[in-house]
Design a protein around this ligand. Structure first.
Ligand code: ADP
Length: 635
């Protein structure tokens, strides 16, 4: 096949420009990225050979080689791993397949400060492309294990790359960087210096389980006869198998970066050593930020599974529940077969036990963070709260633990969220429920008519704005013996009603309005289940509430968007007997014989209640027309 030249796609080009102009200050990490890819390639080959003994590949000495040439100013990173086919190179290296890239670039366009840009790169990571931070030309030669023909990819990072077949390619991947000219001012950044390379590997890649070797350069004048012994730069010790005090935090962090492809440190490192009949070690990490695709369908969740130090699979989802899908890490089990498959894992009793234990361990770590490091907990909750709350619906076994580590926006404090425990501690004498309201935004909820009486009486209400809040509040009945109650559902009898409005008063009132209530119900027909007087309104004339056992409109919509057919629940219309509009309507009803005009008032009142909770009147055009007429008459 002849050499072909291709153009990078727009995003790839933009990304490369960034790399070439190096907005990332810590350029050393390019080597970590290349070594990380090489290590993955070795893992993949070992696994492929294990699964298929007809695979024509040499797995006798899997390793990574680093070779520097100070005179030619080249640095070569070579692995004898799985390699890539021609199509894979075109697909994986030629284009930037990572869907995060577009999002990354979008955020970058919005960030104007260089510091922001640097932070963004750290968040997204750019893998192989980071080599253009230090090189002005990169060549990659690779041969897929089991195939005979190799592929050569080459680029200066400036818009195009070339692809051609290569006949003499060894198994695996060789990446050669033509380094940018040395900076005479800054000898520290000479990536041909053995000292520098040794230091970078030690710092970022020590835990890599494959040998990373460096062959020293022949001294000048050497004719090549003196044998040069390669030196292994990394200790290859599995961090999860070493004791806690032997391992520095930074080492854990580098392992995290290797497995997560995140460039930032994790928020929390969690270790677990299970002894006994089924022995395993786990090293789990909570990232410091949520990945952009956490809520998309194809999100790859799960940790890495090792069996006796041998890498078995990425994204092992059987080990953690879906609501902990942001957790990264390694689980190394002693007594599993190396041939274990995903299907077997789902069924395995030991795996199920590990799953339960790991979930509990993560939740207890979060609990620990709440007291030991409130700032970190706040970050955790901001980033992962919406995912964690899914567990309130799906994991009844850990429901208590999940409620204990959850926090919620509240009317008590404009900025700081509250835990349920703190809420309960602040509950007023006689308050018998934890009150909440769901909605799309804090502002929308706070201004909802349902809140009026609560605001007046200074009763705290939790303000729930995540989509999942609609669902879990439907599933969780109580916290610590206190029922969870929506302020927009059922009848509300707030403490104090008894004192300022004795029961006889209320009865008298109901009598006074009885005709209005029945008449309104007739007017509104099937749209409404019941019309009644409200004890939650102080300012607005009317509001809609759901019956205690009914789905809220938002939840109905959610189910429908998931393709489930749920019936529309009828709502209850509540009227504020102290409002002039309601009083006036009541009076007009008993005074007038002709009630034609009043029917429109009933409709308008209903429409206002719909609008007040952010809904849409059934016939918006008719509603506006009626309203316009009224306004005209009033002028
Ligand atoms: P990432 O590693 O984050 O997926 P990269 O841009 O670094 O992104 O690499 C893209 C893909 O190219 C990798 O996922 C892998 O499939 C392939 N790749 C990169 N380096 C190697 C290598 N040394 N051997 C085999 N495949 C590789």
């Amino acid at each position: 096949m002849p050499t072909e030249t291709f153009e990078f796609r727009v995003e790839a080009r933009q990304l490369l420009q960034l790399m070439i102009h190096s907005i990332y200050s810590n350029k050393d990490v390019f080597l970590r990225e290349l070594v990380s890819n090489a290590s993955d390639a070795l893992d993949k080959l070992r696994l492929a050979a294990l699964r298929d003994d007809t695979l024509d590949a040499d797995v006798s000495d899997l390793h990574i080689d680093i070779e520097a040439d100070g005179e030619a100013r080249t640095l070569t990173v070579r692995d004898n791993g799985i390699g890539m086919s021609y199509d894979e190179v075109a697909e994986l290296i030629g284009t930037i397949a990572n869907s995060g890239t577009a999002k990354f670039l979008e955020q970058l366009r919005q960030a104007d400060e260089a510091a922001d840009a640097e932070g963004l790169i750290g968040q997204f990571g750019v893998g192989f492309y980071s080599s253009f931070m230090v090189a002005d030309e990169v060549t990659l030669v690779t041969r897929r294990a089991g195939e005979t023909q190799g592929t050569r990819w080459s680029s200066r990072g400036e818009g195009t790359y070339t692809l051609e077949t290569a006949d003499e390619a060894p198994q695996g991947t060789t990446i050669t960087l033509h380094l940018k000219p040395a900076d005479p001012e800054n000898q520290l950044h000479d990536y041909t210096s053995p000292w520098k390379l040794r230091e970078i590997v030690k710092r970022y890649s020590d835990f890599i389980t494959w040998p990373i070797r460096m062959t020293p350069q022949a001294p000048a004048g050497d004719d090549g006869d003196t044998p040069r012994e390669p030196e292994t730069l990394n200790s290859m010790k599995a961090l999860w198998a070493r004791s806690r005090d032997e391992v520095k935090d930074e080492e854990y962090h580098e392992l995290y970066k290797h497995i997560s492809h995140d460039w930032q440190n994790p928020l929390e490192t969690i270790r677990l050593q299970a002894e006994g009949t089924f022995e395993y070690q786990a090293l789990l990490f909570i990232p410091s930020h949520a990945p952009h695709d956490l809520f998309t369908q194809g999100y790859k969740r799960g940790v890495q599974l090792y069996v006796k130090r041998v890498f078995i699979m990425d994204d092992c989802e059987a080990l953690l529940p879906p609501y902990l899908r942001f957790v990264k890490g390694v689980v190394d089990a002693q007594d599993l077969s190396l041939n274990v498959s995903r299907e077997i894992l789902q069924q395995d009793r030991h795996i199920q036990m590990m799953h339960r234990r790991l979930a509990k361990k993560v939740l207890s770590s979060v609990k620990g963070m709440m007291t030991a490091a409130p700032d970190r907990y706040a970050t955790f909750w901001r980033e992962f709260g919406p995912v964690l709350k899914e567990g309130l619906v799906t994991d009844s076994e850990n429901r208590e633990a999940l409620l204990a580590v959850s926090s919620f926006a509240t009317t008590h404090d404009a900025a700081e969220p509250t835990t349920l425990k703190q809420y309960v501690e602040r509950m007023k004498d006689g308050q018998d429920a934890v009150y909440y309201l769901t909605g799309e935004s804090r502002e929308g909820i706070e201004n909802s008519p349902h809140m009026e009486a609560f605001r007046d009486r200074g009763i705290e209400v939790l303000l729930l704005t995540d989509p999942v809040d609609e669902v879990w509040t439907d599933a969780v009945a109580e916290f610590d013996g206190k029922p969870l109650r929506s302020v927009a559902k059922g009848e509300i009898a707030l403490d104090g009603d008894g004192e300022d409005k004795p029961a006889e008063d209320r009865e008298k009132r109901n009598e006074e309005y009885a005709e209005l209530l029945t008449w309104m119900k007739e007017q509104l027909g099937e749209d409404i289940k019941e019309v009644r007087l409200s004890s939650r309104l102080t300012v607005s004339p009317a509001c809609l509430v759901s019956d205690t056992g009914d789905l809220t409109p938002a939840l109905e919509n959610l189910y429908r968007s998931m393709g489930q057919d749920v019936p529309r629940a009828q709502r209850i219309l509540e009227l504020n007997p102290d409002h002039t509009l309601v009083k006036g309507l009541n009076r007009a009803l008993s005074d007038r014989a002709d009630r034609t005009g009043l029917a429109e008032d009933a409709e308008l009142l209903h429409g206002l209640a719909v609008l007040a909770e952010g809904g849409r009147p059934k016939e918006p055009a008719r509603f506006t027309q009626l309203l316009a007429e009224r306004l005209e008459r009033a002028l």
